[in-house]
Design a protein around this ligand. Structure first.
Ligand code: B12
Length: 247
């Protein structure tokens, strides 16, 4: 994740005791986010031509003060919970912050957490399994949370992601807000185009809410809209999500 060769990390760990990894039963070293920031600080200082011995003499605490990341303490603490798969703690934090309406909670608490975890993955702080683990957990947590609201009894919205767009959390968040407002809705995540058109042919839905997170061209949006409308004449089609807002 840091780009530092493992033999260098091991040498610094043994010779200077600057890192605090735990050893797993299989012998693998498990580094913490703090270790990551220590390593990034060493890397930065070496790039600035500071001598290794001098850097190591500064000690771990001083190196952490470099604050190579722009994350707040709360954010780092949250990422540590994600990294250690401490989902029950995350759930407690979320529940504690569940004030106001359900949709403001989704937008003010859940949404920033998704963006933070995504950013941590992009910058190499979290690995792919940690990032994906979080979104899978969040998906079932939020889905189950929504079930306290009355179930849809009449034709409602089918909430899906744009065919081929795997950002299902966006659609799930939209669905959960609809449900919390008493608007009948179902969540399907991402459906391939043929399955989506076949599903709307059943005539069970008043509309399809399509979340678009990956950039799409106007002709592609129009063509999906046409396919849905042809399959179920009179059905409403709405697009929403990150890419729509940006456009
Ligand atoms: C989480 C995430 C992922 C997760 C998705 C997990 C999941 N199950 O959803 C994973 C890791 C799987 C992922 C994968 C990828 N991702 Co990604 N991802 C993100 C991240 C961090 C957040 C996305 C998200 O959920 N955002 C949106 C949520 C929080 O809110 P929202 O859409 O605005 O939805 C709200 C409202 O808009 C509304 N709403 C939603 N839908 C609808 C619908 C209607 C009708 C209405 C009215 C309202 C509405 O309700 C919601 C609640 O209020 C963003 C970065 C970012 N900062 O946004 C990148 C990002 C979206 N990803 C990106 C990319 C490139 C990818 C990958 C292609 C990476 C890769 N090279 O493999 C893959 C795509 C794989 C695929 N085939 O789809 C890019 C997209 C660039 C672009 N503009 O096209 C981004 C912007 C990152 C970046 N900076 O490059 N990603």
């Amino acid at each position: 994740m840091t780009g530092i060769p493992s033999h260098a990390i091991r040498k610094w760990q043994e010779r200077y005791r600057i890192l605090k990894p735990l050893q797993a039963p299989n012998g693998y070293w498990r580094y913490t986010n703090e270790d990551y920031f220590v390593l990034k600080s060493i890397q930065q200082r070496l790039a600035d031509h500071q001598r290794l011995q001098e850097i190591m003499n500064m000690g771990r605490e001083k190196l952490l003060e470099d604050n190579v990341s722009d994350l707040s303490e709360n954010q780092i603490e949250f990422l540590n919970l994600v990294q250690s798969h401490s989902y029950s703690h995350i759930e407690k934090q979320f529940n504690k912050r569940a004030t106001g309406t359900f949709s403001s909670w989704v937008n003010r608490v859940i949404r920033p957490s998704v963006i933070l975890v995504g950013k941590a993955w992009e910058t190499g702080i979290l690995s792919v399994p940690e990032e994906h683990g979080y979104s899978k957990w969040l998906q079932s947590y939020l889905f189950q949370k929504v079930q306290v609201f009355p179930a849809a009894s009449k034709a409602g919205w089918l909430c899906v992601s744009f065919p081929g767009d795997g950002h299902e959390l966006s659609s799930l968040m939209h669905y959960s807000i609809l449900r919390s407002r008493g608007i009948p809705a179902w969540f399907c995540g991402m459906l391939p185009r043929e399955i989506l058109t076949r599903e709307v042919q059943t005539g069970k839905y008043r509309g399809v809410a399509i979340s678009v997170v990956l950039d799409q061209t106007k002709p592609k949006l129009d063509s999906v809209q046409r396919a849905v409308e042809q399959a179920s004449p009179g059905i409403q089609v709405r697009f929403g999500g990150y890419a729509i807002k940006v456009a």
